[in-house]
Ligand binder design. Structure first.
Ligand SMILES: Cc1ncc(COP(=O)(O)O)c(C=O)c1O
Length: 293
């Protein structure tokens, strides 16, 4: 079956969907995006993803040429066109088309691309046994330069460099520090540690994206009676944590059991982490916007 891509409101076979070589997203990373996930016929937290996309665009003064409800419908339509029930959905929006960085001199009709892919980031064994992680030397940019709440195309070059650092040593992920040396997040995931029965995650002011899976994990933990706190997290806190895990749309909730050649506790996924993973799977299986109604 052909793979369909939604380009500016029209579905095209993927090989026929063409962008301008002067698209500002391509030229300058001048755009925003979302990675969304569908599970068995439902799109998980679709409205939250659409809302974050429009907030990112607003912060960059990018005018998305369709309304949020139209974006929502276009996302569902694209998944239906590809006859998928479970997939990763990528929504990318650029400022428009034109050479030169001055937005005054370009056609500011946003480019909107929606595509779907089958995705399995990590094998099941990594959810069962946990992930080995390293600390990257590449830092997250300070929030006063690029606000981490903006999910922008351009910001990700540092995350790609950090991921390459993880790849070089065969680690599953890399933690990224902020300019103060505290842990901000992983390259595509938020970080949580558990200490004394409490769940702790860096606040966005430390350089973390306001992850949608992060929020789901916080809600689940609270519903299980686990106290949750946003606070700066150091590498020492991670090395000496009772448990740790990462959250992200692609990775879901995955235990982090080794960091920089040190076991976290006994080097196995902890009981609270396993409970949150289990409850997260229930959420993804039961919540979400229906694709086929
Ligand atoms: C830098 C970064 N941090 C965290 C996350 C996790 O966010 P979410 O749970 O919304 O996918 C992502 C993925 O979107 C990301 O790119």
């Amino acid at each position: 079956m052909a793979e369909y891509v939604n380009l500016n409101g029209t579905l095209h076979p993927a090989q026929d969907a063409h962008l301008s070589i002067y698209d500002h997203g391509f030229l300058y990373g001048d755009g925003v995006f979302e990675g969304i996930r569908a599970y068995d016929g439902r799109v998980f937290r679709l409205d939250e993803h659409v809302a974050r996309l429009y907030r990112s665009a607003l912060a960059l003064a990018i005018e998305i040429s369709i309304r949020p409800d139209q974006m929502r419908a276009a996302i569902l339509e694209t998944v239906r066109a590809n006859e998928m029930r479970s997939c990763y959905i990528r929504v990318s929006v650029s400022r428009g088309v034109g050479l030169g960085l001055d937005p005054e001199h370009i056609d500011r009709t946003s480019t909107i691309v929606i595509s779907t892919k089958q995705l399995r980031l990590y094998p099941q064994s990594m959810y069962d046994n946990g992930l080995e992680v390293v600390t990257a030397s590449t830092r997250v940019p300070p929030a006063v330069c690029i606000d981490p709440q903006i999910k922008s195309l351009g910001r990700y070059i540092n995350n790609i460099l950090a991921k390459m650092e993880a790849n070089r040593v065969g680690a599953g992920e890399a933690l990224m520090l902020n300019m103060a040396g505290n842990v901000a997040e992983a390259t595509g995931d938020n970080l949580f540690i558990i200490r004394g029965g409490e769940l702790i995650t860096p606040p966005t002011s430390e350089g973390a994206l306001v992850g949608i899976t992060r929020l789901a994990a916080m809600e689940i933990a609270r519903s299980q009676g686990i106290p949750v706190r946003e606070a700066p997290v150091t590498l020492y806190d991670c090395y000496t944590a009772d448990e740790a895990f990462l959250t992200g749309t692609a990775a879901e909730v995955i235990p982090m059991v080794r960091l920089d050649c040190r076991n976290i506790a006994d080097g196995k996924p902890g009981p609270l982490t396993r409970g949150i993973i289990e409850a997260f799977r229930v959420c993804t299986a039961t919540e979400g916007a229906p694709i086929y109604d």
